[in-house]
Design a protein around this ligand. Structure first.
Ligand code: NAP
Length: 285
């Protein structure tokens, strides 16, 4: 068994990106990420902290705009329109989840696709669904999985990939990205009748549900690759994924740890998108 070490791969990505930022700074340009946070959800605060740290590490400027949970959809949309026009802002990120009274699709629709570094606008999602060569500002978590496969030379072509979880931000875009690379893809979700029947025949199992120990050793075949995207805090405060790492590690060929797997990769892909957006906006090569 070998580890898909997200911390290491992400660290190397950030190092490379910091060189791109330095090159831009020589031309008096600096990529900037604006982050909108609504409320003080502890998980959101922790995600934001990681993103800010990565900006500081690479030299990407950071602006955090905090709102109370009383904010309205119109107020968020107005702020996004302002950021769209701001020539110093290259990336706009709205930290999820938003309170229930906010209409999230309207918020994402307001983001200029050129600054959509989370890759959640219909324009960028649509491009990603067309083909690999059209993937551009693509969703960071699934792109992080792809970058990890690239780093470890794991070719998904022809492989049976089973994705558990069909959210718009992880499961669905990951399915499209794996399909773009010629994997045979199945997506499972809460209504899938026999989850184990699918995962057992998979060469690659990617799980993004938010349920500790959902994927156990008896649910995968020998030599499988397990990518654990889930993130769960246990009652004792420990962070775990959706897969039973201890049970699986003896059986699989590759596995991502949690923490230290997909989380850091998501962050480095966000910085990659921000630097790419800034270069594009300034026509910087
Ligand atoms: P989400 O929108 O809640 O989606 C969860 C998905 O899992 C849904 O498709 C749901 O199906 C499915 N599901 C629920 N129970 C299931 C079960 N027992 N068996 C099979 N499928 C089941 O969540 P998300 O935003 O995609 O996030 C999923 C997990 O990934 C969370 O733990 C989150 O914290 C983590 N995450 C990590 C990162 C990272 O950077 N590492 C980034 C994003 C998310 P239905 O919709 O049909 O109920």
């Amino acid at each position: 068994m070998a580890i898909l070490d997200g911390r290491k791969v992400s660290g190397e990505m950030l190092e490379r990106l910091s060189h791109d930022v330095k090159r831009m700074q020589l031309s008096h340009l600096q990529p900037k990420l604006a982050v909108i946070l609504v409320g003080d959800n502890p998980a959101s605060l922790s995600y934001i902290k990681q993103k800010k740290k990565a900006c500081e590490k690479t030299g990407v400027a950071w602006e955090q705009i905090d709102y109370s949970t009383a904010v309205t959809t119109d107020e968020l949309v107005a702020k996004i329109h302002e950021l769209n026009k701001d020539i110093k802002t290259h990336g706009i990120l709205v930290q999820l989840p938003l309170p229930d009274h906010i209409f999230t699709p309207d918020v994402f629709k307001a983001i200029d696709p050129k600054k959509d570094v989370d890759g959640f606008t219909a324009y960028n999602l649509g491009k990603m669904f067309l083909s690999k060569s059209f993937e551009d500002l693509a969703p960071c978590t699934p792109m992080g999985v792809i970058r990890m496969f690239e780093y470890y030379d794991i070719d998904v072509k022809g492989k049976e990939a089973v994705i558990v979880g069909h959210s718009n931000i992880v499961g669905k875009p990951l399915a499209a990205m794996l399909l773009n690379r010629d994997a045979t893809v199945t997506i499972c979700h809460v209504h899938t009748e026999d989850l184990a029947a699918h995962t057992k025949r998979a060469d690659i199992v990617c799980v993004a549900v938010g349920k500790a120990n959902l994927i156990t050793e008896d649910m995968v075949k020998v030599g499988a690759i397990v990518v654990d995207i889930g993130f769960n805090r246990l009652d004792n405060g420990k962070m775990v994924g959706d897969a039973d790492f201890k049970g699986l590690e003896k059986k699989v060929n590759w596995i991502t740890p949690v923490p230290g797997g997909c989380g850091p990769m998501t962050v480095s892909c966000l910085i990659e998108n921000t630097v790419r957006a800034a270069m594009r906006i300034h026509n910087f090569k």
